[in-house]
Design a protein around this ligand. Structure first.
Ligand SMILES: [Zn+2]
Ligand SMILES: [Zn+2]
Length: 193
């Protein structure tokens, strides 16, 4: 079957409210219940959820801004947000994370970006829950775990880069020092023949 709105796309399920078939773009899934966009919007407006308990009452609807309360089981530090700051922010619709780009400016910017990283670590879960619509708590957890993996990967990469640069600088200093002792030093000697 095809999506009721996009007749050229395959459906991924039916709306539990009106039964219309939805494609991934039209699908709004909450607590593993599928709704179409129209029903989701209508239900949010009227507060009525025909045939279902209001998912809002259960406190598990994400992506509605301040209306979306972070489920208690998701409270805690967000390592992905802390490590990847603005990159994580773009991926999670948390635009305030772009403040961390201040880190491109020396000194003051570095302080701002470090503070922002800590703020993101503390509030990351809450903000991502409020700004983006997640299928379920499990979906949220799984995605955030992937962000942590990328964050750690980036950290290791940065460390390796920093070590390589340090080694390079130390080698250059040592070469310069030996060159100072030997005035005949010619940097071309370093090149492979
Ligand atoms: Zn519907
Ligand atoms: Zn569609």
């Amino acid at each position: 079957m095809k999506c009721a709105i996009h007749t050229d796309r395959e459906e991924v399920g039916g709306c539990c409210n009106c039964g219309r078939f939805v494609c991934p773009e039209c699908k709004v899934s909450i607590d593993n219940q599928i709704y179409c966009n129209a029903c989701m919007e209508a239900n949010l407006k009227t507060g009525a959820w025909p045939g279902h308990a209001s998912p809002l009452a259960a406190g598990t609807v994400s992506g509605l801004g301040a209306t979306s309360q972070l489920p208690p089981e998701l409270r805690g530090w967000n390592w992905g947000a802390f490590l990847l700051t603005w990159i994580w922010g773009i991926g999670n619709n948390v635009w305030i994370a772009l403040v961390a780009l201040a880190g491109l400016i020396p000194y003051v910017g570095w302080v701002i970006s470090i503070v922002m990283a800590i703020v993101l670590g503390v509030h990351g879960n809450e903000w991502a829950w409020q700004k983006k619509r997640w299928d379920s708590i499990e979906h949220f957890r799984k995605t955030q775990r992937t962000w942590i993996k990328w964050g750690v990967g980036m950290l290791v990469l940065q460390l390796l880069l920093a070590i390589s640069i340090a080694v390079l600088i130390i080698s250059l200093i040592m070469i310069a020092a030996s060159g100072g002792a030997n005035s005949n030093f010619d940097w071309r000697q370093l090149l492979p023949r």
